[in-house]
Design a binder for this molecule. Sequence first.
Ligand code: AMP
Length: 378
Amino acid sequence: MSDPILPGATLGVLGSGQLGRMFAIAARRLGYRVHVYSPDVDTPAGQVADREFSASYDDLEQLAEFARSVDVVTFEFENVPATVTDCIQEHCPVYPSGHVLAVAQNRIREKTMLRDAGLAVPEFREIRSAAELRAGLLEIGVPSVVKCASWGYDGKGQAVIRDLDQVDEIWKTLATDQAILEQFVEFECEVSVVGARNCRGDFVHYGPFRNSHSNHILDVTVCPSGLPDDVNERAVEMARTIFNCLDVVGVLCVEMFVSKHGKILINEIAPRPHNSGHLTIDAHKTCQFEQQVRAICGLPPGDTGQHADAAMANILGDVWESGEPCWESLLACDVKLHLYGKGKARAGRKMGHITALADSIKDADRIVRAARDRLVNK
Ligand code: AMP
């Protein structure tokens, strides 16, 4: 077993968005240095890092220089080619490792792994042509959801099929050579479990968080979930099984659907901190980003105790539509504001989030939504 990587060392992050920013803030609080790598400049993570590498993920020379400058690498953006992790691994460890990344990057591999581990997933088929899509629909039925097997996020690259007549048009729009067809799940709610595990196998978790989406993008998360204890416990056990099966070192999020009768089906996994875990910064003794630091450095996990019921609301670029949002009005509320330092606001772009703590999730949910409304109601 390798020695822990102690404060004073340098941690590398692949990707430079808000997840990297919040990781870097947690790492620097613990006395680490942080280098980030992505094709962009003046990024959310780069703004708070010690060094920002701006080069393409194909630039193996720059990647090697980045890897030589750090003691360990993690990522906040999992859609990097396998050549990237192979190149970095020649110089320093990468967590979670390449095989976890490979499973999470492809929805067929992901669902197959989950099913083989004995975990429930929506019924699915691999699809490689319009003819296979039609055949799959005849087996699974309508409505169904078809998704590109790779590179999708926040509902991009997917469509709900309600009628067999839509097959040719939808297949053309997806413009992919590999997709997954899934049974449409009539869920009661969506939940997620964020876990962290170090190389000694010490495992901690948060949640389940209860998530509501708007236009396929996470809108509001509350914790605790308000679901019965046995549902919460099963969700956590499913997450623990995934960590053990894949021997995950680092942070990983499991997104799940819960039916009216408490049945849980896994939707997907993300091998990094997750938007639904952002409320842990304000609501928990140790946040998901500090757990990422501890896990990849081989340190003991932090206490995941929760201070109070909590809710988190995302701030999307849409609130800039009629000018600068009214920050003074928001900041007069009893909430915590987190902004990611992104220059350009675009509709649907995640610009920040707000967290509220209260005596109940109902109150926290109400407070956080009311605070967000103040950004546009001048
Ligand atoms: P994904 O990109 O797989 O996370 O999907 C984005 C969102 O689409 C999910 O959070 C769900 O709200 C919805 N969704 C995805 N897959 C299904 C499904 N099989 N049945 C019903 N809704 C789904």
